[in-house]
Design a binder for this molecule. Structure first.
Ligand code: SF4
Ligand code: SF4
Length: 60
């Protein structure tokens, strides 16, 4: 499991990739997650000003 980015909401600010220690977030037009690297630390969720990031398991 890894975080998911809502690309309709992401504004491409890069705050999430700045705090992602394992380097799982890459910034293009929007942020993209490399699922193999995400350790679910949730730091990016706390940093995202657009509330574009979520952990799918938390909503199911
Ligand atoms: S949950 Fe942690 S490891 Fe996963 S993308 Fe966010 S900051 Fe990176
Ligand atoms: S912090 Fe949020 S709005 Fe900014 S690039 Fe990451 S997902 Fe997009």
């Amino acid at each position: 499991m890894a975080v998911k980015i809502d690309t309709d909401v992401c504004v491409g600010c890069g705050c999430c990739s700045d705090v992602c220690t394992p380097g799982a977030l890459e910034l293009r037009e929007t942020a993209e997650v490399n699922q193999a690297f995400c350790i679910e630390c949730k730091q990016c969720i706390d940093m995202c000003p657009a509330l574009a990031i979520r952990l799918p398991a938390a909503q199911e």
